[in-house]
Design a binder for this molecule. Structure first.
Ligand code: DC
Length: 673
């Protein structure tokens, strides 16, 4: 996940490959509860790992279900052995529901029907989320639920029900507050339907029918065939009994799929394959496919996959009622930037009351990119920038709304070759923490568009630390080129080579095939060996200095270094980064500091590691190494001509990093509109 303040996406051109998307939250938690109520073991594949599903899994274990493994790992199914429709006698538990509405509501219904002694609570926000309409419906049957705090809200105390006054009339539930209340009843009441039909009647208009559709589809998979009379009355037939389907796959989230469907329609390339959700999806947002096709996308699909390519180009402008796909319709608004005319998305009043006022947000942000946008109470009308010259580089504000962040990433395909800045990219965590990683893994762009920041300076100038800080702040990759010379020195000396010109061809051959890997924790691996510490030794520095003076070795490491220039950008630290490897880098910084200051820093560093050191000796060493590095004929230590100099003697690490970042910002095109 990118936790940076902003993420700059360079202009993108191509996309191809396969993405696997996270599982749908709505399906995951329904499947878990249904498996828990069934007899036998259900093997659940592709379960979403999120706060809400963890809450549900933990609660099910507390209730006596066997769950294995107890944590969700990618690619590993979870086995749930159900309760066969009954809890152990005198069951009791304190259940903490966090902020998981998809656990709180259905468990309240199921437990109050099963009976026992349960307290259900959550985070403070959960205690502000209404549950009164569900409790009222359950009380009609004889369920006993008491409010422990405010009337109508969790926390709740559930005790043994008394079904002696079972009503003849249908159970009534309001449908216009949250469809989760009806879903909860639909999943709990089959437990009571062994000898009688149970009818639920919706009072008021039923909102979010697509979610009820998901519930009904999943109930059918677990053996319960609910009769749906016009979304107003639902009857669970007598004799209903939960039966595990044995295995079940959780579909990938169809709303998340919309970004990759749009990507396939916009980008050049061989097309995008989406795994985990197909044309037969039970999720309402799968109908985004129809809208994308209407705009020109070429979409094929099967039971668990979709494949998208560019079809018509430019895309076709559309005029569409989007009431059935409110979330995915935001993606259409960004596709409209690539259309041949004005696109109107109608009947989207619900956008105004989502994570943010999405009509206002989309209007403002699309205008920043150069589009003409008209907004109404329940529609948005978008005319794309007239020519490439009318596009502007924009910093997109994301309003803590995951969908704003995700859909605007697609503006990086603009014909003007402009980058797009996404502010607060971590807001995607709500449904898709690794969205940008997934996006960038299938996107590409000509190498020269991927920005590089070069940082160099004499030994102990702090360049490594600063490079790492800057890379982290921008979400960029990091190339510690010195480490590559250190690795080459280490591997060559272990292979018994002489670290001088006589063995240069062999060392160069070794350098070309170094099995090196830098991991996310900034550890360096040579094959299976973690050599991070070994590389920091004085001897490794010495060996690096020797092999780095051999032109054949420098030449051999060029391709490896170039291969670090990957999306979204790179910070490269070391000697010839700005002169030889990335001569066109838009920012080159040369850090310096007085010898006294550097000796002092190195001294502190050694002491902190428990290594004894003498500050005068260190200073003499530094000065000798400076002289040697500056005077050597191969890649001598000197600032690139177009680099900016920064004397860090009187500055902290934070101050130096802030200065470098501010130079970087000055070179960006954002915010000048
Ligand atoms: O930055 P460092 O101390 O890890 O560098 C180790 C040696 O490699 C040092 O002598 C400089 C040399 N080097 C180089 O010649 N070219 C680079 N791009 C990086 C380091």
């Amino acid at each position: 996940m990118y936790s940076t303040t902003f993420l700059d996406l360079p202009a993108l051109t191509q996309a191809q490959g396969t993405v696997s998307l996270p599982g749908s939250k709505s399906i995951s938690n329904r499947v878990l509860l249904l498996a828990a109520l069934s007899q036998g073991t259900t093997v659940v594949h592709d379960l979403l790992d999120s706060d809400d599903t963890r809450v549900m899994l933990k609660a099910l274990q507390q209730l006596g279900c066997t769950v294995a493994p107890t944590t969700i790992a990618p690619g590993q199914p979870v086995h749930i052995t159900g309760l066969a429709g009954a809890l152990p006698a005198h069951a009791s538990a304190e259940l903490f529901m966090g902020n998981a509405g998809t656990a709180m509501r259905p468990l309240t219904a199921a437990l109050s029907v099963l009976g026992g002694d349960f307290r259900l609570s959550g985070v403070p926000r959960m205690h502000e989320r209404p549950i009164g309409d569900l409790v009222d419906a359950l009380r009609q049957l004889g369920c006993r639920i008491a409010y422990l705090g405010n009337e109508g809200f969790p926390p709740l105390h559930i005790t043994q029900p008394d079904f002696s006054q079972w009503p003849d009339s249908p159970i009534q539930v309001r449908g216009d507050v949250s469809s989760q209340f009806l879903t909860s009843l639909l999943m709990a009441l089959p437990l009571l339907a062994s000898s009688r039909d149970i009818t639920i009647e919706v009072v008021g208009e039923l909102i979010s029918k697509p979610y009820i559709h998901i519930t009904l589809e999943l109930l059918a998979r677990f053996g319960i065939a609910v009769r749906n009379e016009n979304w107003q009355r639902f009857t669970i037939p007598a004799g209903s009994r939960y039966r595990s389907p044995g295995e079940i796959h959780v579909e990938a989230d169809a709303s998340s799929a919309s970004y990759f469907i749009a990507l396939g329609a916009i980008a050049h390339g061989e097309g995008i394959t989406i795994q985990g959700v197909g044309l037969d999806s039970i999720q309402g947002d799968i109908r985004f496919v129809e809208a994308a096709r209407a705009m020109g996308a070429s979409v094929e699909g099967g039971p668990n996959w979709l494949r998208i390519r560019r079809g018509a180009w430019p895309l076709q402008a559309i005029d569409l009622d989007c009431n059935h796909i409110p979330d995915a319709a935001m993606t259409l608004a960004v596709m409209a930037l690539y259309a041949n005319g004005t696109t109107t998305l109608r009947n989207i009043a619900s956008w105004r009351v989502k994570e943010t006022d999405r009509i206002a947000a989309m209007t403002l942000e699309l205008r920043k990119l150069g589009a003409l946008v008209e907004e109404g109470a329940d529609f948005i009308r978008i005319t794309p920038p007239a020519t490439a010259a009318d596009w502007r580089a924009a910093s997109i504000h994301t309003y803590d709304d995951h969908r704003v962040a995700m859909c605007f990433s697609l503006a990086a395909f603009n014909a003007a070759g402009l980058p797009v800045r996404i502010e607060d990219p971590k807001c995607v965590a709500k449904t898709f923490p690794d969205y940008f990683e997934a996006l960038l893994s299938v996107c590409s762009t000509p190498r020269e568009r991927i920005p590089v920041i070069c940082i160099d300076g004499p030994t102990a100038s702090g360049k490594g630390t600063i490079a790492a800080e800057v890379a982290q702040a921008l979400g960029y990759h990091l190339l510690d080129s010195g480490a590559l010379y250190r690795l080459t020195g280490l591997a060559a000396s272990r292979a018994g080579m002489a670290l001088e010109a006589s063995d240069a061809p062999q060392i160069a051959a070794l350098a070309r095939t170094l099995p090196v890997r830098f991991d996310a924790e900034q550890r360096i691996w040579l094959g299976d060996e973690d050599v991070t510490l070994a590389l920091r030794s004085e001897e490794a520095g010495m060996n690096a200095s020797r092999v780095s003076a051999l032109p054949a070795v420098r030449e051999a490491l060029v391709d490896l270094q170039l291969s670090f220039q990957q999306l979204p950008g790179l910070v490269a630290d070391g000697r010839d980064m700005g002169t030889v490897i990335f001569p066109n880098a838009p920012l080159k910084v040369y850090l310096s500091a007085s010898a006294a200051c550097r000796a002092d820093r190195r001294h502190k560093q050694l002491i902190s590691k428990g290594i004894a050191a003498n500050i005068d000796a260190l200073r003499a060493d530094l000065e000798a190494r400076d002289a040697r590095d500056m005077n050597r004929s191969v890649a001598p230590l000197k600032p690139a001509e177009d680099s900016v100099l920064l004397d860090s003697s009187a500055l902290s690490i934070e101050e130096v990093a802030a200065q470098v970042l501010s130079w970087w910002q000055e070179r960006q095109p954002f915010g000048r509109d």
